[in-house]
Every structure is written in C-alpha cells, then in structure tokens.
Design a protein around this ligand. Structure first.
Ligand SMILES: Cc1cc2nc3c(=O)[nH]c(=O)nc-3n(C[C@H](O)[C@H](O)[C@H](O)COP(=O)(O)OP(=O)(O)OC[C@H]3O[C@@H](n4cnc5c(N)ncnc54)[C@H](O)[C@@H]3O)c2cc1C
Length: 451
C-alpha cells in the first residue's frame, strides 16, 4: 500500500493547490477550487495528524523505517517553551536521525536538584541527582521547542521521498474496513492504513474515533520565560517546590536558562504584566540568587494547567500519541518524553506488521506496551502536584518522607534516577545487582543441594 513521492532534497510541504493538481483537483474558470474527489485521495501507509513535537517525531520515525507517510501539520503559534529530553526520547531521536541537529543547539543536563521551598511545617530534604551516579555523562538535554521543531522540519525534508508534509488541518475522519479516510479543511482527502492522532489535547482524531477522555483541571497556570544570568548554571536544573506549584529553572547553552513558574491563575496574570526589571528581581529572589542577577528575555507565555487521560490509546485503524492521549502538569519533564515514548512504540509496533501497519495486531501491541507507563506517570505527576497544593499535614509529611528517602537511601536514589531516565531501567538494574549475588549463594553445579 502507499505510493512514494518523487525524490527531492527540498522539504515536501505540499501547498493545497499543488496537492489538488497532483491528486486530481482543478481550478474552475473563476479560480474557485474544485475539491479533490474521493477517487483522487492521497494514499499512504500512515497518516499522522498534528505537527507538534510528538507528531513530527512519529512521522519521521515512520518514514525513516520505510513507511510512506503523510503528516498533517498546520502552522502553530510560536512556542517559547523548552523541553528536557531524557532517556528513551534521546534514543528514539538518534534512531530517527534527528539527534545531531538537536544536540548541536541543546544544553546537557548533568545535575537535577529538587528544593523544598514550601515553608511548611514538614519540609522535605533537598534532593540532588548527579548523572555520574548512574554512570551517565548527562541525564539528557534541554532544547528550545522552536529549535527542536526546526531540527525536525530539516530531517523531514531529507526524508521527503517517504514523508509528505501538508500544512492543513484535519476536518473529519472515518474508518471503513481496513482504511482510515481523512478529510482536510479544504475538502481534499487522504487514505491510510493507520491514522496516528498527534493533534494535541483537543484531538479531532480522538473525538472522531469515539475514544472517551477523562479531564480535570488544576487551580494553576504556568508562566514560561527564558532569561540570561550572571553566573554559570553548571549544567544544573533546579526545581523549587513552592506552595503554588513548581518553579523550575532549566539550563540552556551559555549563561541562559528557561523557567517554568507555576502560580495561581490570577497571580500569573499579574506577573506577566510586570515591568521587566521588577520581574527580573522577582525571579532572582525566587531562585535565591543561585545564578546571580537575571535579565528576562522578551516573549512570556502563560499555560493554564489541566490534566486529561484518554480511556484507551487505540480504536480500529487509529492510535493516539502525546497530548491527544494524556495531559499533565509540567513537573519533572515528563509530558513530551512520555509522548515520544508513545511515538517510538507505535513505530515499533507498525514495523512488526509491515503489510498492514494499522492492523488489530499492531494496535493491540501498541496499547499493551504503553498503558502501564502512561497510567503510572499520569498518576505520579498528579499526586506530586497535588501534594504541593495540599494544606493537609499528613500529605505534607508523606511528601517529605518520600523525598527524604530519595535523598538518603542510595539504592532508591539510583532506582529513581534510572526510572526517570528510562522506565523499567531501575527495576532491571536492581534485578541485575541482585542476580549475581543469588547465584553466588547457590552451591556450584554438581554440588549436593541436600546439604
Ligand atoms: C509550561 C510547560 C512546560 C513543559 N515542559 C516540558 C519538559 O520540559 N519536558 C517534557 O517532556 N514535557 C514538557 N511539557 C509537556 C510538553 O510540552 C507536551 O507534552 C508536548 O508539547 C505535547 O506535544 P504534542 O505534540 O503531543 O501536542 P501539541 O504540542 O499540542 O501539538 C499538537 C499539534 O496538533 C495540531 N493540530 C491540532 N488540531 C489539528 C487538526 N485538526 N489537524 C491537524 N493538526 C492539528 C496543532 O496545531 C499542534 O501543532 C511542558 C508543558 C508545559 C505546559
């Protein structure tokens, strides 16, 4: 199934007009577009809907694995956020050939600190994780989303023989037999064996597929800004846990960092209206001057925080990845990393059924591989965020004991670091640490075990 686009080094961004010409559309005398009819639909193995970071990565992963892929990526507003990419996300980006471009503009993360700044009766011990403790040069890197997006677009251009990028949104989707039929906002059509919904929290793919969503909200908004600072950050990220939520500095190349500052929504609105000098003083004060004086860069953004979990990640011919399937607050750099693990998993699952990448077997494998990781991360981040907001003493005590244990128990520290970098890695490390001991305790082969 699927037809390759002509080989070209230029990005295959198909304008609607060209697309109509290629696939049978035409212009009337008056210049009004006659829409592509059903018989002239663009046919591909896989259609990825949504050109955010998760969608682009999935589309590149499919194309790099030899699938003829179409990506629907309407232009999105500027994104000033940065993303800490860790563990399997990095491995996936390496496999997809995107890594060298990201690494060139990213900042390695070598130390991660959590500081309890809640000023409460039960305060947690401060925790500091060093990548060297688990024999890694770094936990991962921090990259500006806009630069990551540029790197992905450049890689997509290299894969243009297999990857068609259309800058138009999906209007509707229906599934018949072994095909997903996608109608774009201009009426043109795409058909694919597998439709991957990477169209974010308001996912039209999810709605069209009838996958229910559980939503909740938090009384919090995240202010996002980037800033220059006087002192070196030493490749260290510091997450201050405050009563209103986390206040997280993440290093960028040079004497520059990004900040995610969670506050009550009303306070957040007041903060973004402050004069830059006043704002700079507030940021320095909340950072306890660990980076010296700061200078705020232009372009603050505010994100109201919410959570959501789809009731499932698949339906016939459809798989969801990223925020189309799960949304949670920005604590501990989890959201996109989870989305990229989704992307890696759906590419792997499709590779196991190349003849029919949207088959029930592919979807069952994908659902099975992702459900535990997604459910456990969603729950952990939700609990941690709520524990910051909770005024109840037992909750504060529990949080303080938990973080205290992370600080003081070496095995638990290393477990948490390995799990944070790559889910399952912590358990595997413990198993391999325990396994040789057990076998050493056993008598040698041939020895009489009755003794
Ligand atoms: C303040 C903040 C900081 C964060 N920091 C981190 C971090 O450090 N590390 C981390 O791992 N995560 C982080 N996250 C989470 C991370 O940003 C999200 O998980 C990630 O951006 C979600 O990517 P996505 O591609 O799934 O969705 P989106 O980025 O929402 O992309 C969805 C795309 O779909 C497109 N779309 C929508 N409708 C349609 C349609 N009908 N047809 C076609 N396309 C459509 C949109 O235009 C958009 O481009 C943070 C989140 C916030 C709010």
């Amino acid at each position: 199934m699927g037809q390759s686009a002509p080989l070209s080094s230029a990005p295959r961004r198909v304008s609607p007009a060209i697309q109509r010409k290629e696939h049978g559309g035409a212009h009337s005398r008056a210049g009004i577009v006659v829409l592509a009819s059903k018989g002239n639909a663009l046919k591909r193995d896989i259609a990825v809907v949504g050109g955010g970071l998760a969608g682009y990565c999935a589309a590149i992963g499919f194309a790099a694995s030899g699938f003829d892929t179409v990506l629907l990526a309407p232009k999105a507003p500027a994104d000033r956020r940065s993303t800490a990419l860790i563990g399997r996300s990095v491995a996936f980006l390496k496999d997809a050939g995107v890594w060298p471009r990201i690494e060139a503009v990213a900042q390695p993360l070598v130390v991660m600190r959590i500081i309890d700044d809640t000023q409460r009766l039960f305060r947690a011990t401060n925790v500091e994780f060093r990548a060297a403790e688990i024999d890694l040069p770094s936990f991962g890197v921090n990259v500006l989303n806009a630069q990551a997006q540029d790197a992905l677009a450049a890689r997509a251009a290299e894969l243009s023989a297999r990857l068609t990028v259309i800058e138009r949104p999906l209007d509707s989707l229906h599934v018949e037999g072994d095909t997903g039929f996608l109608t774009l906002d201009d009426g043109s059509e795409v058909q694919a064996s597998l439709v991957v919904g990477a169209d974010g929290r308001g996912s039209r793919v999810r709605e069209s597929a009838g996958i229910a969503l559980r939503r909740w909200s938090y009384p919090q908004s995240a202010i996002v800004l980037n800033f220059k600072h006087e002192r070196d950050h030493g490749a260290t990220s510091t997450e201050f846990h405050r009563r209103s939520g986390p206040f997280t500095q993440v290093p960028l190349p040079g004497k520059r960092s990004s900040l995610v500052w969670v506050e009550e929504p009303e306070t957040a609105e007041l903060i973004v209206d402050l004069k830059p000098e006043r704002l700079a003083r507030m940021v320095e004060e909340r950072l306890h001057s660990i980076l010296g004086a700061v200078e705020i860069e232009e372009g603050l953004q505010v994100f109201p925080l919410s959570g959501a979990a789809a009731r499932g990640m698949t339906s016939p011919r459809v798989a969801l990845v990223g925020e189309a399937a799960h949304v949670f607050p920005p604590i501990g750099a989890q959201g996109l990393n989870l989305g990229l693990r989704d992307a890696a998993a759906i590419v792997e699952a499709a590779k196991d059924s190349r003849d029919d990448p949207g088959s029930l077997a592919t979807l069952a494998r994908y659902e099975a591989r992702r459900s535990v990781d997604v459910a456990s991360r969603t729950l952990a981040v939700d609990l941690l965020n709520r524990s910051l907001l909770a005024g109840l003493l037992p909750v504060q005590l529990g949080r303080s004991i938990g973080l205290g244990a992370l600080s003081g128990v070496p095995l638990l520290r290393r477990f948490a670091m390995r799990e944070g970098v790559s889910p399952g890695a912590g358990l595997r490390a413990i198993a391999s640490a325990v396994a040789p001991k057990r076998s050493a305790e056993l008598p040698p082969r041939g020895h009489d075990r009755r003794l």
